[in-house]
Design a binder for this molecule. Structure first.
Ligand code: AGP
Length: 606
């Protein structure tokens, strides 16, 4: 994770860099800092904690100059301390900011210490600053210094460096971690993503892996990993220049929960053609090539994948496997013939998912990406994109991106079923008409804040909580548990209801909260007996389902009633109450809802 920024131009850079860091805050919030150069002197300001801490500090002791770098940290190597905050300086000559991990830092550090370098931090990143100092002392010009540093380091990185011996030149490089360069008159800006520069420019170049560049206000020389000049296309990005506000809500998460009816209807539109027919945005030849699918994702996106698997197999008969991206990346999957890899990522930058997609490509698979951020690395590298139209999601806990991913997956399942004849025309039309009613049903779930509030009040004292579901509601139970643990720090696990008796039932004790999805139909009786067993052992049963379904569980301690919908769409409508439950429980506990401890929105380290 971590976000980096660098600016060189004809305007004082402090406020520009702070503006970019605000837009990068989703990448980490352990510490932040800025280093600038003026009159051949490096100036530094760093603070532990959120960016607001840096703003307070910098007000008292501003930094000046027309070139500088900035950083927002999500700690990997070294604790959350001022010494470990970036930028890192070496000998007051060079300052660097880094996102990623320098894997061979220990041996480099040992070598540099033997040569007399003094290290201040416990980070892997500081070796970069010392390596640059070494290169400049050997008489290197910036491009040679970059080549020297890159010849020494291994790992994943995007970095920017400034040196007081070259006070108008930014030195940048990337491998695996994202880095964009933006251009405007008499200035250049580099950053971890294009949004961070949207207040200055929309003209952006994305560096490719192993690229490095020497950037001034008037020039930008990019080289590839073979040290050859590289021409990288300048694209016009759509990132909004306006920082998003909370629109009167207390938290971004609360706002994003309320944005779901829109996110869902925009995504349904993106999956339909101008005539209102569902196409998933894929042409017929590409659709008919899909014979097997592997879904790759992490975290919440992985639970969307698991629900998608139920849908695709049910509606199209196409075999699907789901793989956790970080595992797939290092696996040798046996059967790959005629398999399409579909990666799912809100940010489009999760390194595990990106690496899994590249692994699939290397194995010869076609790659589709279900992504929310249109300019992200996954969006650029996938063969085909199925966009979610959730809009920017700022809260670390994914809400509207998750339900938008579900919409893309159900649309894909219907379209595949139509294409291979598994579904007849009338069933397709029926499902599509019912799908169009989902934004309305999700809109009604916004009324659930009040009835869920007392349940959250009760839950806040729990040490642990179980979430249960069957069939396509089982992955949703896992998603409910993930939401609760990341927001309220209460231990929570999701299980398939039928699995309880095979072990987890041993956890049951008086008052243990059990949140269970219940459905109507043939599975209802099974769920009732599973819940009866739990209640008999003291479980505090909270059920979520339609009125008909929850009425079957007369022994429940609490009931959350969701609007009626076609049962196959229940995972979309059922997602909202567990988001609300996690949100309100966190509110009761007073945790940091939009930026929970230890987490970051975009996970760009392995
Ligand atoms: C969601 O609430 C989480 N914060 C996290 O699990 C997230 O879904 C995961 O890191 C994957 O992110 P992505 O969708 O951006 O790839």
């Amino acid at each position: 994770m971590c976000g980096i920024v660098g600016y060189v131009g004809n305007e004082a850079c402090q406020e520009i860099i702070l503006g970019s860091l605000e837009r990068l805050e989703y990448r980490g919030y352990d510490s932040s800092g800025i280093a600038t150069i003026e009159h051949d002197q490096l100036q530094l300001c760093r603070a532990v904690g959120k960016l607001s801490e840096l703003k307070v500090k910098i007000k008292e002791k501003p930094v000046s100059g027309y070139m500088g770098i900035g950083h927002i940290r999500w700690a990997t190597h070294g604790g959350v301390t001022l010494e470990n905050a970036h930028p890192h300086l070496a000998n007051s000559e060079v300052a660097i900011v880094h996102n990623g991990i320098i894997e061979n830092y220990a041996e480099l550090k040992k070598d540099l210490i033997e040569k007399g370098c003094v290290f201040i931090s416990d980070t892997d990143s500081e070796v970069l600053a010392h390596l640059f100092v070494h290169a400049f002392r050997e008489g290197c010009v910036p491009v040679e210094a970059l080549r020297f540093v890159l010849s020494k380091i291994e790992g994943a990185f995007a970095f920017a460096a400034i040196s007081k011996s070259n006070p108008e030149t930014l030195m940048v490089a990337r491998n695996a971690s994202p880095l964009a360069i933006g251009f405007a008159d008499e200035m250049a800006i580099v950053a971890s993503d294009a949004t961070a520069m949207a207040h200055l420019t929309r003209q952006v170049t994305y560096l490719k892996d192993n690229d490095y560049a020497v950037v001034t206000a008037k020039s930008c020389d990019i080289f590839n990993g073979n040290n050859e000049p590289a021409n990288r296309e300048i694209v016009q990005v759509k990132a909004s220049p306006i920082l998003l506000d909370k629109a009167g809500f207390r938290h971004y998460m609360e706002k994003e929960i309320h944005e779901q009816p829109d996110a869902i209807s925009h995504t349904i539109s993106a999956m339909s053609d101008v005539g209102g027919n569902l196409t998933a945005g894929i042409d017929i030849p590409s659709l008919s090539k899909i014979k097997r699918i592997v879904l790759l994702a992490a975290g919440t996106s992985f639970y969307a994948a698991q629900i998608g698997r139920y849908w695709i197999e049910k509606l199209s008969g196409i075999p699907v496997v789901c793989e956790i991206a970080s595992e797939y990346h290092y696996r040798d999957p046996a059967a790959t013939g005629q398999t399409t890899a579909i990666v799912i990522s809100q940010s489009g930058e999760s390194i595990d998912t990106l690496m899994a997609m590249r692994h699939a490509k290397n194995l010869g698979l076609d790659t589709f990406g279900i992504v929310n951020v249109a300019d992200s690395t996954i969006a650029r590298e996938a063969d085909k994109i199925l966009p979610t139209r959730a809009g920017p999601e700022i809260g670390v806990a994914s809400t509207k991106a998750f339900t938008a991913q579900l919409v893309v997956l159900i649309c894909l399942a219907i379209v595949l079923g139509k294409q291979n004849g598994h579904l007849d025309e009338s069933r397709v039309t029926y499902l599509y008409q019912k799908l169009l009613k989902i934004p309305g049903a999700v809109g009604k779930t916004m009324k659930l804040f009040d009835p869920i509030r007392p349940i959250a009040h009760q839950l806040k004292n729990a040490r642990s909580c179980l979430f249960l579901g069957r069939d396509m509601l089982f992955p949703l139970a896992c998603e409910g548990a993930l939401k609760l643990k990341e927001l309220s720090y209460i231990h929570a696990e999701g299980f398939a209801s039928g699995e309880m008796k095979h072990g987890p039932i041993a956890l049951l004790e008086d008052g243990l909260p059990i949140v269970s999805f219940v459905s109507e139909g043939k599975m209802a009786l099974k769920a009732i007996s599973n819940l009866k067993e739990a209640e008999a052992r003291g479980g505090y049963i909270i059920v979520i389902g339609t009125q008909v379904a929850v009425d079957l569980i007369d022994f429940a301690a609490a009931k959350i009633v969701i609007p009626d919908c076609e049962p196959i769409f229940a995972p979309i409508v059922g997602a909202i109450p567990v988001q609300i439950l996690a949100y309100l429980t966190a509110l009761e506990k007073g945790t940091d809802i939009d930026q929970p401890r230890n987490l970051a929105k975009s996970v760009t380290v392995e």
